[in-house]
Design a protein around this ligand. Structure first.
Ligand code: FMN
Length: 169
């Protein structure tokens, strides 16, 4: 209990949890991570929301298929942007699409100066691990201090907190 309070006091307000979620699963994981860390939640909202047709991975011409086939695709983000200067640690959450992070995650990273900040990916998926998508992000965006990511398909609060604390050491 004491350790938890200490952790919250020292790192409150300096942790941002930025996430994109097309159908709500990653949003729920991000909320649990915010509870475990005391971090601030920020939803990366696309200017043009993804419809069920956009998300159809059986259709090679669907919006998600087209974006994921194009490494240069940068779907626009709508609404307010967080001031990442206020944070030292930025968790970035996403659903795994074709074993990668959706391209809007690249839009987010390129919209902010994350150089020298601790950046930690997390994801949800239908079964794929996070390693491939996290490595691809690290290669495309060498500025931040990337930490190993986590798949949060099913993680209880205790292990979430232990993971988040271990990253602060
Ligand atoms: C276009 C698309 C591609 C996907 N590709 C994968 C994949 O490669 N591996 C996997 O395990 N799940 C894949 N999924 C499933 C999602 O990762 C999974 O349902 C995720 O939890 C959805 O999160 P969300 O509700 O936050 O959008 C894909 C889903 C979509 C829509």
């Amino acid at each position: 209990q004491q350790r938890q309070n200490m952790y919250k006091e020292t790192s409150d307000n300096r942790i941002l949890i930025a996430y994109f979620s097309a159908t709500g699963t990653t949003a729920r994981a991000a909320e649990r991570l915010a509870e475990a860390t005391g971090g601030t939640l920020y939803a990366i909202v696309p200017s043009r929301p993804y419809t069920p047709d956009d998300l159809d991975w059986h259709d090679k011409r669907s919006r998600s298929s087209a974006e994921m086939n194009d490494p240069q695709a940068r779907p626009a983000i709508g609404g307010r942007q967080p001031d990442t200067e206020d944070y030292d640690t930025v968790f970035i959450g996403y659903p795994i699409w074709w074993d990668l992070a959706p391209r809007i995650i690249d839009t987010f990273i390129e919209s902010h100066d994350l150089k020298g900040k601790t950046v930690i990916p997390f994801a949800t998926s239908g079964g794929s691990g996070i390693a491939h998508s996290a490595e691809a992000l690290r290669k495309s965006h060498p500025g931040p201090d990337w930490k190993e990511g986590r798949l949060l398909n099913r993680t209880d609060e205790k292990s979430l907190r232990e993971w988040a604390e271990s990253l602060q050491r």
